[in-house]
Design a protein around this ligand. Structure first.
Ligand SMILES: Cc1ncc(C[n+]2csc(CCOP(=O)(O)OP(=O)(O)O)c2C)c(N)n1
Ligand SMILES: [Mg+2]
Length: 542
């Protein structure tokens, strides 16, 4: 009866390591874990979530880990099920999210024998897993299971390495998988105490013309970026998922102002916080050889796509800027820019109805403090990057580790369930179609307070603004980039039991967004995409 006992030890050690949210996808080989987790959920040791599709389950666990700031686990059966977690593992690795994969396996001697649902699962995630461990129910005394699993959870947290991320625990279960009469409780495992470390702040004098550039970051890191810019009196260039895009120093239209010689051109130092990824002007800034780059990070690594970073530190003491005009010039320019952006959008609205930028601005303005806003890859997050700064912003999330359009609904579900707060997700139609599996909610499952707003422009609009959207490629564009589809997303959502409606009118959308979501709901906002390139060009000329 080793398999059920080992499974209970694994679950007890996960709990001791601080895991409180676990996703299970049903299977036969992971039956010992599934029943132990069901018991742990019943006893209030953790919360169990069940999903059929492992790819969706992986992203759900990612969202749970993101929103709780603690490791979340996802448990699968053997075979292709384990492979379905790869996208979530890759994102967790790139975004430094503590994700614990527990893959059930068959005994090692069966690998390569042609036995059913048996493959080589050891280190399946390769370079994307921070650590892996293998356990066999045939040889796993309880104290060893407790030590191995807790060490792995600390590897996911990055307690010693300062490299949080995904880990894999592969457990070979030999039959019998279940006891004739279940009922054994989960053992209480003593938590392993593991200390971390941090270094002293680096002092920076305030003379060089400095900006704080905030990329994707958790709320505490975002707050630090904002405080740093405000204390030093310098502009704050904050991407929407930086959780720093608020306050007097935030320059809403920074992306368009970076190209100006009198603003972006005069930057002498950039303090980078978080992981910036969104726009080409920012990438160009990070590649400049006349700018001193300071990367602020509590982790082992730092973003440096231009290979120009000069200083890496846990924290800095940035002296106040002696030049008050520096910040004021940015603010004044941002103010003027806003009126011009509004004029461009008004013209487009009159001709073609609401634009994606209108919808994003509405979401940023209406989804406020105490709620979560997740922004999908592609245009939604870039549109929000041009929205006015909200006085009371929501906590913002986005999968910016690898900027995939996959698993977005599932991640948002995890964020809603993990935080227990109303959550709004703004995504494109292709992104929504990519994760329709994430709409599935079992009848016995907790229902997230999640509103998905789909900006439905019938295809991949972002490609209109890239090289392939130019006239010479017009012949191939629709088929291989635009990917028009006839999917009725309202019908799809209703099929999965979600409340759903089409909301073409911005005023109605605004009214709906004013009320925080209480249960699963999907709204479709139809817009055109034929004017995307024109809007983008008009904005870059401002
Ligand atoms: C997993 C994955 N596959 C493909 C891509 C490439 N990609 C980026 S945006 C995009 C289209 C997104 O379309 P939609 O969600 O409708 O947003 P829109 O561009 O229309 O605003 C694709 C296919 C990606 N980022 N991730
Ligand atoms: Mg689209």
């Amino acid at each position: 009866m080793n398999s059920p006992r080992v499974a209970r030890d694994v679950v007890g050690a996960l709990v001791a390591g601080g895991v409180r949210e676990v996703v299970v996808a049903p299977g036969s080989r992971n039956a010992p874990l599934s029943t132990a987790l069901h018991r742990a959920d019943r006893d209030g040791l953790l919360r169990l979530h069940v999903r059929i599709d492992e790819r969706s389950g992986g992203f759900l666990a990612l969202g749970l880990a993101l929103s709780t700031g603690t490791p979340a686990a996802v448990v699968t059966t053997s075979g292709t099920a384990v492979g379905n977690l790869l996208p979530a593992v890759m994102e967790a690795s790139a975004a430094a999210v503590p994700l614990v994969v527990v893959s059930a396996d068959r005994p090692a001697r069966l690998v390569g024998s042609g036995a059913n649902q048996t493959t080589d699962q050891d280190r399946l995630y390769g370079v994307h897993a921070r650590a892996t461990a293998n356990l066999s129910s045939a040889d796993a005394p309880s104290h060893a299971v407790h030590a191995i699993v807790q060490r792995l959870v600390h590897d996911a947290r990055g307690t010693r390495t300062r490299r949080p991320g995904p880990v894999q625990l592969n457990v070979q279960f030999a039959p019998p998988l279940l006891e004739p009469a279940p009922g054994e409780p989960i053992p209480v495992v003593r938590p392993l105490v593991v200390g971390g470390r941090a270094s002293a702040p680096v002092a920076l004098d305030g003379t060089p013309r400095t900006v704080v550039l905030a990329g994707a970051a958790d709320p505490a890191t975002g707050a630090r970026a904002r405080a740093l810019a405000e204390a030093a009196g310098v502009p704050l260039l904050a991407e929407p998922s930086s959780n720093a895009r608020s306050g007097e120093n935030a320059i809403a239209g920074y992306r368009l102002l970076l190209g100006r010689d009198d603003l972006g051109g005069r930057i002498e130092r950039v303090v980078v916080v978080g992981h910036p990824t969104l726009s080409r002007p920012v990438t160009a800034l990070l590649e400049r050889d006349d700018v001193e780059l300071v990367a602020l990070t509590g982790g082992a690594g730092w973003p440096d796509p231009g290979h120009r970073v000069a200083v890496v530190a846990d924290d800095v003491r940035l002296e106040p800027s002696p030049d008050p005009h520096w910040l004021n010039q940015w603010r004044t320019a941002d103010h003027v820019l806003r009126t011009r952006i509004d004029l461009v959008l008004e013209r487009e609205r009159e001709a073609h109805g609401p634009t994606g930028l209108d919808v994003a601005a509405l979401a940023v303005a209406r989804v406020g403090c105490g709620q979560n806003l997740m922004l999908g890859a592609s245009n939604p997050i870039r549109d929000a990057d041009l929205a006015p700064v909200s006085p009371e912003p929501a906590t913002v999330y986005a999968n910016r580790g690898l900027a995939g359009i996959d698993g977005t609904i599932s991640t948002a579900s995890g964020i809603a369930l993990g935080s227990g707060r109303p959550t709004t997700l703004l995504i494109g139609d292709v992104t929504a179609i990519h994760d329709t599996g994430g709409l599935w909610l079992g009848e016995l499952e907790r229902r997230p307070a999640l509103r998905v707003v789909v900006l439905d422009d019938r295809g991949g609009a972002i490609f209109h603004t890239l090289e392939q959207g130019a006239l010479p490629h017009a012949d191939s564009f629709e088929r291989v980039f635009g990917t028009p589809h006839g999917v009725d997303l309202v019908a799809v959502a209703r099929g999965f039991g979600w409340e759903s409606a089409e909301v073409p009118d911005l005023r109605e959308l605004g009214a709906r967004l004013r009320v925080p979501p209480a249960s699963p709901e999907l709204l479709v906002v139809p817009v055109v995409r034929t004017n995307r390139r024109r809007i983008s060009e008009a904005l870059s000329r401002l």
